[in-house]
Design a protein around this ligand. Structure first.
Ligand code: FE2
Length: 318
């Protein structure tokens, strides 16, 4: 490696990928891996195989290390910097096209695993029984939450509200889509919520709320925490809110949560983000709320997502 590249990499300027702000909201960063980086990742990581990384957790870190080395150790530092900074707190990661013959599903699972292990450790996804979950949205659905229901908007929320595991970040990758109109991801940064101070300065902002979840989530307990559960190093609030799984125990709590949900849904600073197949959205779960716009009815509608959620390395130990 020549000295110029070495010098650049010391300050974590991107090598083998680019970073540009997302048009609709420059807080969100668009990371694009170069064709060369993607090609080398395919050559070096795909031979590991998805089954092996499911069975051996250390291989997930090995995949992440290979990806990081392909970028001269600059990718991990940039991803962590973006996720942990309140000003940005999120990125969409995409790949430049490559001419190669490879298994797209294996590639997607291995790439999202490499990315997640550059920013922390994923939690076990109780709904799917693995460190990642795959789930689909179809035109018809009989499930017990709005996660898989196509014809309505899934309201803005944070993940990990009803589990004990810490959920510092959320990764959502689009695996497939067919006949899809609508269904964009919705995102709102907590600091862009115009009613934030009204709800944060409210007497109930720090009062414990009870959170529970339906059977499909496979979580057999209830937990308590306030919506504004923690402050960052500058004293700014972090949030854990989801309308469906809050279980208010009196009228005051019920009204506070009802007004909060109404305010969030009316917020005009919410952005629509169309995630192309193969791309992933990764966000700081405590400063970005996310949701999903409704889909246009279509008998052939099919969309499949992969999700990983977890903690930063320093928060990962249970
Ligand atoms: Fe979610």
């Amino acid at each position: 490696m020549n000295s110029t590249v070495k010098k650049i990499s010391n300050d974590f300027s991107p090598v083998g990928f680019s970073i540009t702000p997302f048009a609709a909201n420059p807080r969100l960063q668009v990371i694009k891996l170069s064709s060369e980086t993607v090609k080398s990742f395919i050559e070096q990581v795909l031979p590991l195989g998805v089954q092996a990384i499911e069975y051996k957790p250390f291989l997930r870190f090995h995949a992440a290390d290979i990806l990081n080395k392909l970028t001269d150790d600059t990718l991990g530092a940039n991803l962590l910097g973006i996720i942990k900074s309140r000003a940005t707190g999120g990125f969409m990661l995409q790949c430049e096209p490559v001419v190669a013959d490879f298994d797209q599903l294996e590639f997607n699972i291995l790439l999202s695993t490499a990315v997640s292990h550059l920013i922390g450790v994923p939690n076990l996804d109780a709904m799917y029984g693995k460190f990642y979950a795959r789930f689909s949205v179809k035109n018809e659905d009989n499930s017990d939450s709005y996660l898989r229901q196509a014809h309505r908007r899934m309201e803005l929320h944070n993940d990990g509200t009803y589990v004990k595991e810490r959920t510092d970040w959320v990764l959502m990758q689009k695996l497939a889509e067919e006949n899809m109109q609508g269904g964009d991801s919705l995102m709102l940064h907590v600091d862009e919520w115009q009613d934030l101070e009204k709800f944060y300065n409210h007497p109930l902002a720090k009062e414990d709320i009870q959170w529970t979840s339906p059977a499909s989530k496979n979580v057999g307990y209830k937990i308590q925490h306030p919506v504004f559960f923690e402050e960052d190093e500058n004293g700014r609030p972090k949030m854990l809110f989801i309308d469906q799984f809050a279980e208010p125990l009196n009228m005051r709590q019920g009204q506070y949560l009802f007004e909060m949900g109404s305010s969030l849904e009316a917020e005009e600073n919410t952005i629509n983000v169309r995630v192309p197949v193969g791309s992933m959205l990764v966000m700081n779960n405590h400063v970005w709320l996310h949701g999903r716009d409704k889909f246009t009815a279509d008998k052939g509608l099919y969309r499949e997502l992969l999700r990983q959620r977890g903690a930063y390395y320093e928060n990962a130990k249970l």
